[in-house]
Ligand binder design. Structure first.
Ligand code: 4AD
Ligand code: MG
Length: 443
């Protein structure tokens, strides 16, 4: 493209972002965006314009704009898209610090009767209109916090020398549990499953690179309609050679602290939109308490629970254990039969495995599941048989114990559970732009 050729420039080249208004004080600028609010008081019209980078009030005075602009401005509707030319003025009272004196306005896209109005809508309605609900300030704030969390995750591992290894989504072996698999036909090779985890593949990569992680969508056909479950969710999973279960918990503690402090550093305005209690996040500092599964069961029993040693902890149990704690809490060494086949048998108590869950405060439950992996060929094979898993699907996984086996550990952090906790959301469905729920595949 020659420098003279301006026709193929993107439309936005001649407009400025609202976040950059401070660079243009006193100038006439062009803005493009959507009408968030508008009201009139006779000869003056106020429009709150948002463009994704910020929000600013544009004021149109009838005797300062041309006739067609005034007519357009008067007819503006919630969520219409517009182009505005106006003068940037500093205004200490304005939330953005600036206000625009509108000179001209052009309608780009009308918005007749935007379905979502500033009133109570039921959740069902909002989910049906998720594509439009996303435009609300709170949903935008959540998406920005999520973006921050994702970048913090990548930075954390990158800064510590981990290599990102992408693991497959179509898999031939069950990663976690047979009960929650999405299946699809795979050419002439029978059934493929959508990945529940990238872990098994990552263990192979850890034998090459030492410290690795994967980060992508994972799938669970959970037939439960709880606020903690999605059918498709994002999980980040590190896998570390020569790390034991205690070291694995140290790593998780450092990781969570890093993520929370990054959000506090960069996303306070968004947390304020969400009315998040900042003190609760500021309290998240190491050390996190570590209690064994056995201690957890004794604690629950002492509180009147009927739970028996051996069964997995439920959401209610987790909430009880986390109650009154300002920081997340580790529960470690669960009974073997409550956990996945790949976890390392505890040499000190073979009824248990070297693993941990990390329970977030404020009732958010398990955000991490992690473990040291069984590195003994015979013990792993015995577990695969015990769980009646198809042995031939795991021959390659057993090879990792056949050729240069090594102690290693890792964990998986659920991104949406983490975002929901950090944002203080009631339900996981708001922690991802387009949630996949048991009862919803649209939009
Ligand atoms: O505890 P999980 O099942 O662990 C694993 O998948 C291991 N392979 C991880 C590893 O060691 N590499 O899942 C890990 C986390 C949970 O703690 C939770 O945060 C999240 O993934 N998670 C879900 N999030 C949303 N919806 C669901 N249905 C989830 N199931 C698990
Ligand atoms: Mg788990």
């Amino acid at each position: 493209m020659s420098p003279e050729d301006t026709t193929s420039q993107p439309a936005s080249a001649d407009s400025v972002d609202i976040r950059d208004l401070s660079l243009h004080t006193g100038e006439t600028v062009r803005l493009r965006g959507w009408v968030r609010k508008h009201r009139s008081s006779g000869k003056i019209l106020f429009v709150i314009l948002r463009d994704g980078t910020g929000e600013v009030q544009v004021v149109f005075a009838k005797d300062e704009v041309d006739g067609p602009s005034w007519e357009t401005a008067e007819a503006l509707a919630h969520e219409a898209s517009i182009q505005v030319d106006g003068v940037v003025r500093e205004d200490a009272r304005a939330p953005s610090g600036y206000e625009i004196t509108g000179r001209r306005v052009g309608l780009i896209g009308p918005s007749p009767e935007f379905p979502i109005q500033p009133k109570e809508h039921g959740t069902d309605f909002l989910l049906q209109n998720r594509h439009l609900w996303l435009r609300s300030p709170s949903q935008a704030a959540i998406m920005r916090v999520r973006d921050e969390v994702v970048r913090a995750i990548r930075d954390f591992f990158h800064e510590r020398g981990y290599v990102l290894v992408d693991t497959p989504i179509l898999t031939g072996a069950i990663g976690e549990s047979a009960g929650t698999l999405f299946e699809t036909e795979y050419f002439d090779l029978g059934t493929a499953y959508l990945a529940q985890t990238g872990q098994l593949y990552l263990e192979a990569a850890a034998a090459v690179l030492g410290k690795v992680y994967c980060f992508g969508p994972t799938f669970r056909a959970e037939k439960s309609k709880t606020r903690r479950h999605l059918a498709e969710f994002w999980m980040v999973e590190p896998e570390v050679a020569w790390l034991d279960s205690d070291g694995n918990m140290d790593l998780q503690e450092e990781f969570i602290t890093f993520i929370v402090s990054r959000v506090l550093e960069n996303r306070r305005a968004d947390l304020a939109v969400l009315e998040r209690k900042i003190e609760n996040l500021e309290a998240v500092r190491p050390p996190f308490d570590r209690i064994s599964y056995t201690e957890a069961v004794e604690f629950l029993q002492a509180g009147g629970s009927e739970i028996e040693w051996g069964s997995d902890l439920g959401a209610e149990d987790e909430t009880k254990i986390a109650e009154g704690r300002a920081v997340p809490v580790f529960i470690y060494d669960y009974p073997k039969r409550a956990k996945a086949f790949y976890m390392k048998e505890n040499p000190e108590d073979p009824r248990t495995v070297k693993c941990n869950d990390l329970i977030a405060p404020e009732g958010y439950g398990e955000i991490i599941g992690g473990s040291q992996r069984e590195d003994d060929y015979d013990l792993l094979l015995a577990r695969i048989r015990e769980e009646e898993l198809p042995e031939d699907a795991y021959d390659w996984y057993l090879d990792l114990r056949r050729y240069g086996t090594f102690p290693h550990s890792g964990f998986g952090l659920g991104l949406e559970r983490t975002v929901a906790w950090i944002c203080g959301l009631d339900h996981l469905r708001e922690a991802i732009a387009f949630p996949r729920l048991m009862t919803r595949l649209k939009p």
